[in-house]
Design a protein around this ligand. Structure first.
Ligand code: NAP
Length: 304
């Protein structure tokens, strides 16, 4: 099979970059991969475990001669990274990213890029609570969605090539406009993370329940919040700083619903609670039917 790209360069070598590099290798999708990260520690580990074919000291070196450049840094670092690589980008290169918020990336990266490149922002809807160069695995994107948000006038061939790459890495690809992406993700990812962070914080503050009780009895639901609340603090700080409007909108709706449920509990309105939980159960069913989660009890953890 011929490679889709000759050289893919990663700026940032954490969970997402590592998973992409491994998935590219699994599928024979790219002839050569290069990459760099901010710290010498990460670069050393990435070189040791062979995460990419060639680890470079700087982003400028990594992107030289690459026909695909993937920005895999936290949202807050996108602007500086784009400014650094811009003069070194090859003619006709595609620049993409994996940031969790799309309008903010477009605003931060777009102005730096030369006209002779194709900028196609992207976001794989896949991840774990782990980060760093050892966190990646080739199967991360299998059967998950990747959303691309190409600006108007994007070269169709460049878009087709990037789409084929994601499909080769196991993902299904959808196209969206950036504000819609940011709203959808505020509902499906960003606000749920904030709620998980809050719930874990509440448990931590509640002195009438001891920490050991929280840990011991966590399988009753709390454990799933703790997994989400263990996600990378830098990444999630940046998500809320850059997807402010959409998350505030969804949080507003969330608090209204919460108040309605609070009132139903206070009034003993069992019908309201039962109807509500019946509706939410159907949403869970839909996610399983769409192949986006397992039907196994307790997420297939089994007895431990
Ligand atoms: P990660 O594992 O923490 O890796 C981030 C990488 O970026 C590290 O290699 C880090 O280098 C590097 N980096 C940070 N600041 C940098 C800078 N100023 N210049 C160059 N490199 C820099 O993070 P990740 O989970 O892969 O996330 C990367 C991006 O993917 C984020 O924008 C995030 O929003 C998005 N995303 C994440 C998930 C998820 O679930 N984790 C899912 C979808 C999309 P050092 O190790 O040297 O600090």
């Amino acid at each position: 099979m011929t490679s889709i790209y000759q050289r893919a360069a990663f700026v940032g070598l954490g969970l997402i970059a590592g998973s992409m590099a491994l998935a590219m290798r699994r599928g024979g999708l790219v002839a050569e991969t290069t990459g760099t990260a901010r710290s010498p520690e990460t670069r050393t580990i990435a070189a040791e475990i062979g995460l990419v074919d060639r680890v470079t000291d700087t982003a400028a070196e990594a992107v030289q001669g690459a026909d695909l450049v993937v920005l895999c840094v936290p949202m807050g670092a996108m602007d500086a990274v784009a400014a650094e690589i811009a003069p070194h980008l090859a003619h006709g290169a595609t620049v993409t990213d994996v940031g969790s918020v799309k309008q903010a990336v477009i605003d931060a990266v777009g102005p730096h890029l030369p006209d002779h490149t194709h900028f196609i922002p992207g976001h794989p809807l896949a991840g774990t609570e782990h980060s760093g160069p050892r966190a990646g695995f080739a199967e991360l994107f299998d059967n998950r969605w990747t959303i691309l948000t190409p600006p108007e006038g994007t070269d169709p061939q460049a878009l087709d090539r990037l789409t084929r790459l994601w499909q080769g890495m196991g993902a299904q690809v959808d196209i969206m406009d950036p504000p819609h992406h940011d709203l959808v993700l505020a509902v499906t990812s960003h606000t749920p993370h904030l709620i998980a962070y809050t719930m874990v914080g509440v448990a931590d503050d509640l002195r009438r329940v001891t920490d050991s009780e929280v840990i011991k009895y966590s399988a009753a639901g709390f454990r799933d919040f703790t997994r989400i609340a263990a996600s990378d603090p830098t990444m999630w700080r940046d998500v809320f700083l850059t997807n402010k409007d959409a998350t505030l909108e969804i949080l507003g709706r969330f608090t209204e619903e919460l108040f309605a449920l609070q009132r139903a509990i206070r009034r003993g309105d069992g019908d309201h609670l039962h109807d509500y939980f019946t509706r939410t159960r159907a949403i869970r069913r839909g996610i399983i039917d769409a192949g986006q989660d397992t039907d196994a009890p307790d997420f297939g953890r089994g007895k431990r």
